[in-house]
Write a protein that binds this ligand. Structure first.
Ligand SMILES: C[S@@+](CC[C@H](N)C(=O)[O-])C[C@H]1O[C@@H](n2cnc3c(N)ncnc32)[C@H](O)[C@@H]1O
Length: 213
């Protein structure tokens, strides 16, 4: 992972954000809602800009922070995003109404493991961003990769899980099991012959997978 000093150095260099984004960051902090880290989301947005993504699928909306940031960065893109938590859905909907970018976003309410049909109606996707339950990453990837266009990319967040993937002495059984699952996913992804994948130690660790031709 980027060490803390370097991370804050880069954060300080970042240009200011719309006031609604700053409000959402504050809301997330106060309500303990996990949203993408500042440097991590900049990396995600830059990849999407380079790719000129027009249609993006996000698995894990939370309060809609990354969806709105993607919408702002890519004004010609539409974003389909999935969330199952009702309180977060309500919060996201309120933020979408208040934002001038909200019209680019279509929120699918439900469990990502159960709403494939609804998601398929908007396919194909230029990019898929996976940022939901970490223990289910492989399932999300397997379900939704088939809706990716030929030049598409899949970006998976949290693959280094605060650096815990390198630790063997984790006390909590729950966290230990989660780390095992993330590590299993990382191994599976890197061995997946249908994709070129690189893992970058940015934010909480992002994996970028590009379909092989
Ligand atoms: C890390 S947060 C997403 C943060 C968001 N992408 C951002 O950066 O602003 C993960 C979200 O995924 C949701 N989630 C987890 N598993 C899910 C599933 N199977 N189906 C739908 N949503 C899920 C959680 O409720 C949570 O709000």
């Amino acid at each position: 992972m980027l060490n803390e000093k370097l991370n804050s150095y880069i954060e300080k260099l970042l240009p200011g954000r719309e006031s609604l984004f700053v409000e959402m960051e504050k809301y997330a902090l106060e309500n303990k809602v996990p949203i993408m880290e500042l440097v991590g989301i900049e990396a995600l947005l830059q990849l999407l800009r380079i790719q000129n993504a027009k249609k993006i699928l996000e698995v894990g909306t939370a309060i809609g922070y990354s969806a709105l940031r993607m919408a702002e960065a890519l004004p010609n893109a539409s974003i389909v995003t999935i969330e199952r938590d009702l309180d977060r859905i309500h919060a996201a909907e309120e933020f979408f109404v208040r934002s001038k970018h909200g019209g680019q976003i279509h929120l699918i309410k439900g469990d990502a493991l159960e709403v494939e049909e609804l998601v398929s109606e908007h396919a194909p996707y230029d990019a898929i961003f996976v940022d939901a339950a970490k223990g289910q990453y492989q399932k999300f990837f397997e379900i939704y990769a088939k809706y990716l266009c030929d030049d598409g990319i899949i970006i998976t967040d949290n693959v280094l899980f605060k650096g815990l993937v390198t630790q063997s002495d984790i006390e909590s059984k729950r966290i230990r099991n989660l780390v095992k699952k993330i590590d299993g996913f990382n191994q599976w992804l890197m061995d997946n012959l249908d994709y070129h994948t690189v893992i970058l130690p940015v934010g909480d660790g992002i994996a970028i997978s590009k379909k092989k031709r």
